[in-house]
Design a protein around this ligand. Sequence first.
Ligand SMILES: [Zn+2]
Length: 118
Amino acid sequence: MLAKRSLIVIRTSFTAFHKWPECPYPAQKFLKSLHRHKFYVEVRFEVTADRQVEFFHALEDLESITKEYEGKDLDSSSCETICDVLQYRLFQKGYTNVVQVGVFEDNENGAIHEYDPM
Ligand SMILES: [Zn+2]
């Protein structure tokens, strides 16, 4: 049997506002002002056993964090910084096995950060 690595995937989304005041690109100067996105979040947890992480429990825990962002001004937060905050907050909730967090603006462009499992 081939070696395998098992990940479970939890997805959610929230709507919020942010800006990039230092944006150096004239064609994208609109990014300097506060603008709205629907942020799509995907979190991958490494597991070693079937049903080790219950999907609905992980989703509830993830959404208990993302609901704090709903409709809010996230100031100059980027997809990258949101990835790290979500990983940290999930770690605080006991999830030591988060290996990837992705955050995408309008399900289009975004960032994926990878973490080493504890
Ligand atoms: Zn943006």
